[in-house]
Design a protein around this ligand. Structure first.
Ligand code: UTP
Length: 815
């Protein structure tokens, strides 16, 4: 037999397959091998790769942050583009693959490729020898969502956005066999657990059964032991009456119930027992682990054969009920399901959802689903009713109270009237983004129970267990009304969510979203799902581009406010303005007291901001700042005595300031007088105290600031050394105002010893409250004035996390 290019005869006898990198002992085995699945598969992969190489070009020279879509748009003029693969860092190179060699030739023949003013380098791809690298067996539990590359052809073939959304559901939902496997596993667990926990129930909840299932979703189970507890109690009392031990069932040697009293046992004890049963008695499961520290403690396990991941909890009756609610919503209106699938995929693509290990600052699927439901409750006419409305339609048999929360709603959707809303999926998705792009997340609480947003001021005086923990985004659970299902979100995620919604809303207004491309271009959902350039994705992070880079947002954070301040804000018509004056005061304390920065108020030109409105108050909308002495009458910051008391570190005090108000002067206060960096630096307009009158609150104020020390440099080490040098009982709390002031003082001292003097930087700080219904936060805009050594970037990077954190601390103290 003649050997093909993939095989070699071995000197010691036998053959070597170069493609599969294996040896076979003789001719017959070689023939078998060459016909075999593995060899054939690798040949076909190699052929595909070769074709891909022959159809693609290597592109470089584009701007950083260029998107795949932009490249598709550019290269599509030479012929249909099959795919674009960007390098990981998105900015150095890309591989653009055409559908055929003709298009490739046309693209290569183009003398000059220009995109966004940049000249692109376009060359044929280098051909690489195909090498088989055995793949590590992937843990099936870690299966990824279907990639956008795989989705693109299927979605682009659809004729309408609505159809694309339906296809998305079909591509993601569990297959019949996957469903069946889950059902079988639940029955198996029910059977085995019943042996050990008589009369228990194993109830699935979450994505496996809530109608929003996807291939890789886990199996959430609630092990209901209520009946088992009754069973155990009865058995005990019968035994006690008879003067014996436990009844027959519960007393046998191997009865688990003889080891534990379910009524008095802790959930950790019960979960550990559940883990033992799973591990020892359920065939086909492995990696059993009790995670008792989570908000909802669970036992995790994996079904070996399928890789299916399961979680068993023992106190999650509410989740079973809210799963039932999601099912009801789906059966009430068939548009909910495709909308949720589209929003979930979009959120995952934009890194807004999907915390890798459960906890994290991103949205979870439940929260996303509630966002969609709430949006549909707010359409005119509504697509879905509020939970309260559903409750009013429920019968006596539907009554359901869990942990004292009213979870009543009708079980049968057929008894309920259909929605009069007839909007198409395409419009609804676009309106979803409009709705949340403009939503006042900081000032309102999303309540699917009420079907409307509740003002945050309703919650300001809230204390006790039955009140939600408010954060940057507040979505009240429809039943457990003290649970903010987005309570894990941080400021950054909320900011990105809003921005991404705004971007999506903008895109949805374009024809590329609404109409199928006649030229075979990507359109509709596919374009929506594509990652955008870095500007939005990284908003609020240190890598932001352009003017935005110098802005730090201080969010409205209820938790950061003292009880007194909350009372003051509660019911106030303009709580934003009052809050703004608090934040400005606190921010200034951070700069002056903690970082020893000199700050002097500057006056500003404002086209609208200084004009009194009809009611004689300042308008809250201000134009871009430019500082000018003569124009406006700025007002003084309202400063709280608590701010001064907060900083009770004597060393710092003697060197810094006695009163924050006193700090509003031209000269530095940090001990040594230092010359200004530049004589041309605009001088502060006034050394007079400024007062921010609460009756006439101002929406923007500005300061000119001088930084005297490199307060960011080596801060962590200085902090560590300081703490080491103090006795344990006299150590200030980590990250406290007192400690941070001491750290600055130590840095100042080091600089003094090193005979470093003079101002490090000068900059202006312009603070304004962003009001209206879009946002509620104080934006601190920094503009470097003199920065000879290019230090401002480093300083700003440090401030990005330090300023919001420390401002929060001062706000807490201000009461
Ligand atoms: P998930 O957020 O995990 O959603 O919540 P999911 O649809 O199951 O998605 P994956 O595939 O597991 O990520 C699972 C269930 O947990 C309950 C809800 O019943 C939800 O359906 N849950 C979740 C709550 O009750 N409250 C929460 O805050 C989160």
């Amino acid at each position: 037999m003649e050997l093909d290019a993939d095989t070699q005869a071995l000197a010691k006898g036998g053959f070597h397959c170069l493609l599969c990198d294996i040896n076979v002992p003789n001719q017959a085995s070689l023939e078998d091998h060459l016909k075999g699945r593995k060899h054939q598969k690798l040949r076909s992969v190699r052929d595909t790769r070769k074709t891909q190489e022959q159809h693609s070009v290597f592109v470089s020279g584009f701007q950083r942050g260029t998107t795949e879509l932009q490249l598709i748009d550019h290269f599509q003029r030479f012929g249909p583009v099959a795919s674009v693969i960007m390098d990981k860092d998105q900015g150095v190179y890309a591989i653009v693959q055409f559908n055929n060699t003709e298009s490739l030739q046309v693209a290569l023949a183009e003398p000059q490729h220009c995109m966004a003013g940049q000249r692109l380098r376009v060359k044929p791809r280098e051909t690489k020898e195909f090498k088989y690298i055995p793949k590590k067996k992937q843990d099936p539990s870690k299966q990824q969502l279907i990639s956008l590359e795989e989705l693109t052809p299927a979605l682009c073939q659809a004729d309408t956005v609505g159809e694309q959304m339906q296809r998305l559901v079909e591509l993601f939902e569990l297959s019949e066999s996957e469903r069946r496997l889950r059902e079988l596993l639940v029955s198996l667990l029910q059977e085995i657990f019943s042996e050990f926990f008589p009369e228990c129930k194993v109830l699935p909840f979450g994505s496996s059964v809530n109608s929003f299932d996807i291939h890789s979703c886990d199996l959430d189970l609630f092990l209901d032991l209520e009946n088992t507890k009754t069973f155990q109690a009865k058995a005990k009392s019968t035994a006690a009456q008879a003067g014996e031990g436990l009844s027959e069932d519960a007393q046998s040697e191997d009865s688990i119930l003889s080891d534990i009293d379910l009524e008095s046992a802790t959930s950790t004890e019960v979960l550990e027992l559940v883990a033992t049963v799973l591990q020892k008695c359920v065939p086909g499961v492995h990696k059993v682990q009790a995670v008792t520290s989570a908000r909802r403690p669970v036992v995790k396990f994996i079904h070996k054969e399928s890789g299916l991941q399961g979680d068993i909890s023992i106190n999650n009756r509410l989740a079973v009920r809210n799963t039932r609610f999601l099912q009801l919503c789906c059966s009430l209106d068939e548009r909910l399901r495709p909308l949720v699938y589209a929003v979930r995929y979009w959120a995952k693509q934009k890194q807004l959802a999907g915390n890798p290990c459960g906890g994290g600052p991103l949205l979870n699927n439940y929260a996303l689903t509630l966002l969609v439901i709430f949006f549909l409750q707010n359409r005119q006419p509504p697509v879905l009713p509020s939970v309260n409305h559903l409750k009013s339609l429920a019968g006596e048999e539907d009554r359901c109270i869990i942990d004292d929360w009213d979870c009543t709603f009708p079980c049968d959707s057929l008894t309920l009237p259909a929605s009069e809303n007839t909007e198409h999926l395409c419009t609804l998705l676009s309106e979803f983004y409009n709705f949340y792009g403009q939503f006042d997340f900081a000032g309102a609480v999303i309540s699917p129970r009420d079907g409307r947003a509740l003002p945050i001021t309703d919650f300001l005086n809230s204390e006790g267990d039955r009140n939600p923990r408010l954060g940057p985004l507040n979505i009240l659970d429809p039943f457990e009304l003290c649970h903010n299902v987005a309570g894990n979100l941080n400021e950054r995620t909320e900011q990105r969510l809003r921005r991404q919604c705004q971007e999506a809303a903008k895109y949805c207004r374009s024809l590329q979203y609404q109409r199928k491309s006649t030229k075979g271009k990507v359109w509709g959902l596919v374009r929506l799902f594509h990652q955008q350039g870095g500007s939005v994705a990284s908003h609020g992070q240190s890598g932001e581009a352009g003017a935005d880079r110098m802005i730090i947002g201080i969010p409205f954070k209820l938790n950061a406010l003292s009880g007194d301040t909350r009372k003051q804000l509660q019911g106030s018509g303009d709580f934003r303005q009052l809050w703004f004056s608090e934040v400005c005061g606190a921010m200034l304390c951070v700069l002056e007291n903690v970082l020893q920065i000199s700050c002097s108020p500057v006056k500003r030109v404002s086209e609208e901001g200084t004009k009194p409105n009809a009611s004689g108050e300042q308008s809250s909308h201000l134009s871009e700042t430019s500082f000018n002495e003569n124009e406006t009458k700025s007002q003084e910051l309202k400063r709280k005595p608590g701010f001064q008391e907060a900083n009770n570190n004597e060393d710092v005090h003697s060197k810094v300031i006695d009163s924050p108000i006193a700090s509003l002067q031209d000269e530095p206060q940090s001990g040594v007088k230092r010359p200004r960096l530049s004589e041309e630096t605009p001088q502060p307009s006034s050394s007079k105290k400024q007062r921010l009158d609460p009756a006439h609150p101002q929406a923007a104020v500005g300061w000119q600031c001088t930084l005297w020390h490199k307060v960011w440099a080596g801060r962590r080490k200085v902090r560590r050394d300081l703490l080491k040098g103090l006795k344990e009982d006299s150590r200030p709390d980590g990250g406290s105002i007192e400690l941070e002031s001491k750290v600055t003082e130590a840095i100042a001292q080091q600089e003094k010893e090193a005979k470093v003097s003079g101002a490090v930087l000068e900059f202006t700080l312009h603070a304004e409250v962003v009001g209206g219904t879009e946002d509620t936060r104080t934006l601190a805009k920094f503009t470097p004035l003199v920065d000879g050594s290019n230090l401002f970037q480093d300083f700003f990077h440090f401030l990005e996390s330090f300023l919001p954190r420390m401002t929060g601390k001062f706000l807490e103290k201000s009461g």
